[in-house]
Design a protein around this ligand. Structure first.
Ligand SMILES: Nc1nc2c(ncn2[C@@H]2O[C@H](COP(=O)(O)OP(=O)(O)OP(=O)(O)O)[C@@H](O)[C@H]2O)c(=O)[nH]1
Length: 578
């Protein structure tokens, strides 16, 4: 993009002025040229005559709309002002949001380069860096604390993934936590089941509310919806004109009733008009205030009850950082909102708002504005933003692949152990942890053909008994876990495990005998599969639910030890039953 000749403004900083004939800008140039506020720009001047590049001081420069064609740019090279020739080309690269955060995080990964595995000790310093980087990005302190704690726990708990370096592993954990911090999945707009979907827009003055109305109108129009905007800002007549102008730009009708009718009444009339015209989406613009005050809230409540909106969206300015998040929380408590629109994410915001809003307010960001043009509105995708911050999409997919391979290898190893009837309590623990990693058992069951008939209650029972069993296994010594015979032979060991886990001795005995039954069943099953007589899924389901003993196991193997093997029915309640 090329801007017109930039003439010196004179005076100001008391330095020689850079005069350039044209300005070529990288993608974020609109930040530098159109925003009516302080922006942070990193200017790189390439002097065509000397072919040298000047890294220009990153400084706050006040640009305003009125200065658009006559901007003074004072360029520095090693703190001395630089005079550029008329033929010089000037590249303006506004520091994009999250640049600093991304750079700081790169330094974090570098700290782990020579490590073999993530430990409590070697992760301390990187985590301090992450904490500092997030605070600098203006993320609120409680959010940072929670984030750092959770990343630390997960990073240490992940264990080694074959072929993945610890720094790569940490990138993945940080990515996943960033995504979940921002709400996990994208929160879309809810549409009314009948009649028009009404979206009430609220927000302080100058945050970009009216602009966001126009942007949303265009967004829905592009989705094939008919849209109408309603102007209820009766305090600033220019606001109505602004909305009408935006409506003209995006070719969407604007309902207005001048400045002598109450906002709630205008909204009501606007909605009636929209119903008459069979409009799909009605966007209600409201008046902003300099700060939250009672009058504003009361008025918003009146408008809200007049039109009963499907969505109440609070528009907040990303440049206000964590304040934006606090504002969303305050509006949510008082007015009740369904989400936020974060504007000016193209400015010099440090990005803290995007990271804090969901955690602080409990409400998701639904859209982000990244420019003044009507098309500069995007649905908010936490995963896309996280990978934009980290800039490591390839590392993420590499780690995911490695995890898949590991799960596959573990599964093959487990299968081998099952066939050899070596399945022990360590395997059992590993399996339950894998289950936990993969999500709830209910979700998993739905994926297995024939298993969807299991009731939620049965799943809940199974999950509960898995937890009970896990507590008993955790009280066993590593030797006992690897060699369950030890427990089968020794009532003393079983007593110790019972005391350690707070369970009864009978429960421990039952668990041990269930392991032997399980081994026998699995061995039989695998023998059948090898012999080609694979039981039908219905039978498998019954076996796994413990309703029917699998063929060949009706006459159960006698335990080698003095333990009473519990009945098939009791086995159904726990280990391997589902
Ligand atoms: N860079 C940038 N500027 C924006 C964005 N959204 C809005 N603006 C600009 O911010 C300024 C204020 O926007 P408005 O839409 O008038 O704000 P408002 O909240 O309706 O203001 P009031 O009507 O006074 O309450 C305008 O100059 C917009 O062009 C954005 O996402 N990025």
């Amino acid at each position: 993009m090329t801007a017109q000749a930039v003439a010196p403004l004179g005076g100001g900083l008391g330095c020689p002025k850079a005069v350039v004939s044209s300005v070529s800008c990288s993608q974020s140039c609109s930040v530098g040229f159109n925003v009516n506020r302080r922006v942070s720009c990193s200017l790189i001047a390439a002097d065509a005559s000397s072919r040298s590049q000047y890294r220009v001081e990153t400084r706050k420069i006040r640009f305003s709309d009125t200065e658009l064609c006559g901007r003074q740019l004072v360029l520095f090279k090693r703190r001395s002002p630089v005079r550029l020739r008329n033929s010089s080309r000037l590249q303006v690269r506004a520091s994009a949001v999250f640049d600093n955060l991304s750079t700081s995080l790169e330094a974090v990964w570098a700290k782990l380069r020579n490590q073999d595995v993530l430990t409590k000790d070697n992760i301390k310093e990187p985590m301090q860096e992450i904490r500092r980087a997030l605070l600098e990005a203006d993320v609120s302190l409680p959010v940072v604390r929670k984030f750092v704690k959770s990343v630390t726990e997960k990073a240490i708990g992940t264990g080694v993934i074959k072929g993945v370096r610890p720094d790569q592993q940490l990138v993945k954990v940080v990515n996943d936590e960033l995504v979940s911090l921002m709400g996990g999945t994208a929160a879309g707009i809810e549409f009314a089941k009948t009649g028009p979907t009404v979206i009430l827009m609220a927000g302080l003055q100058g945050v970009g509310k009216t602009t966001a109305c126009g942007k949303l109108a265009l967004y829905f129009k592009k989705k094939g919806k008919s849209v109408m905007m309603v102007a209820t800002d009766i305090y600033r007549p220019a606001a109505i004109d602004q909305l009408v102008t935006l409506g003209g730009q995006v070719e969407v009708p604007v309902f207005e009733a001048g400045t002598n009718v109450k906002p709630a009444e205008i909204a009501r009339r606007g909605l009636a008009e929209a119903k008459k015209k069979n409009i799909d989406v009605v966007i209600v613009d409201t008046a902003g205030r300099l700060q939250v005050d009672r009058g504003m809230m009361d008025e918003l409540k009146q408008v809200k009850s007049a039109v009963n909106p499907t969505e109440v969206l609070l528009v907040v300015d990303a440049m206000t950082g964590q304040e934006a998040a606090a504002l969303v929380a305050a509006f949510n408590l008082d007015l009740g909102i369904t989400g936020a629109i974060l504007t000016k994410l193209d400015g010099d915001s440090r990005g803290g708002a995007a990271l804090s809003v969901k955690e602080v307010s409990g409400r998701p960001i639904k859209f982000v504005g990244e420019g003044e043009s009507m098309a500069a509105l995007e649905p908010f995708y936490p995963d896309r933003l996280a990978s934009r911050i980290l800039g490591m999409g390839d590392v993420l997919s590499f780690v995911e692949k490695a995890q898949e391979v590991m799960v596959q290898e573990e599964a093959e190893e487990m299968q081998k152990r099952i066939m050899e009837a070596k399945f022990d309590f360590n395997d059992f623990l590993k399996q339950t942890r894998n289950l936990a990693r993969m999500g709830s058992m209910g979700g998993l069951m739905k994926l297995i053909p024939g298993m969807n008939k299991i009731s939620p209650q049965q799943i809940a029972d199974a999950e509960k008994s898995l937890k009970v069993m896990e507590s008993m296994i955790n009280s066993m010594t590593p030797k006992e876990r690897g060699d369950p015979e030890l427990l089968a032979k020794s009532p003393g060991r079983r007593r110790r495990v019972a005391t350690g886990s707070g369970r009864s001795q009978e429960q421990v005995s039952q668990l041990v005998s269930q392991l032997f039954q399980m081994r026998a069943r699995m061995k039989n099953l695998s023998a059948m599969m090898q012999g080609g007589s694979i039981p039908g899924l219905g039978a498998l389901e019954e076996q796994l639910q413990g309703r029917k003993a699998p063929p060949g196991t009706a006459k159960r193997r006698k335990p080698k030890v003095g333990l009473q093997v519990s009945s098939t029915r009791s086995a159904a309640k726990g280990f391997g039953s589902k």
